[in-house]
Design a protein around this ligand. Sequence first.
Ligand SMILES: CC(C)(COP(=O)(O)OP(=O)(O)OC[C@H]1O[C@@H](n2cnc3c(N)ncnc32)[C@H](O)[C@@H]1OP(=O)(O)O)[C@@H](O)C(=O)NCCC(=O)NCCS
Length: 149
Amino acid sequence: MDITIKEMQKKHLPEIMKIEEKVFTNMWNEEMFIEEIENRYAYVMMSKNQIMAYICGWMIYDQFDITNIAVLPEFQRKGYGSCLINFLISKLLNEKCYKFFLEVRESNLAAISFYKNLGFKYLGTRNSYYISPVEDAMIFAADFQNITH
Ligand SMILES: CC(C)(COP(=O)(O)OP(=O)(O)OC[C@H]1O[C@@H](n2cnc3c(N)ncnc32)[C@H](O)[C@@H]1OP(=O)(O)O)[C@@H](O)C(=O)NCCC(=O)NCCS
């Protein structure tokens, strides 16, 4: 399969919104993605002209907060999510940013297993962080300073 990773652009948003609707109960809106695009760390993984997955996040001082990652259901559990997050992590390591954070719904066992598999460790809980439905967030963190990624 011919797969590429590209910077997210506004023209990708209609397709991204369809994926959001499929994979999240509390989906982001287009404005939220536009902020991510302007913020420079937003990527799509594409097979020909189809978006398979996307990721975005924020650099805050010397740390990076992964704010969203999703893989289209039919492409899940095939290594694409790992490939995309590793692409972003490698890019940040090249920019000398080694510390990564993220939040995940405590019921999202697939994502929790995904992050643990990448070396993220549980740091703590933010009570009632999510809406629709209200749920606690588990905070995960990784420090890749001494790891050759
Ligand atoms: C979480 C998500 C991004 C993972 O992407 P993916 O491409 O399916 O994951 P990968 O194929 O790279 O999986 C890598 C490893 O993560 C773990 N993993 C991934 N999905 C899993 C699942 N459904 N159940 C258990 N473990 C899982 C496994 O350890 C897997 O390795 P293995 O397949 O060799 O056992 C994807 O499931 C997704 O888009 N979910 C919906 C959106 C979402 O929840 N995003 C995260 C919000 S915090």
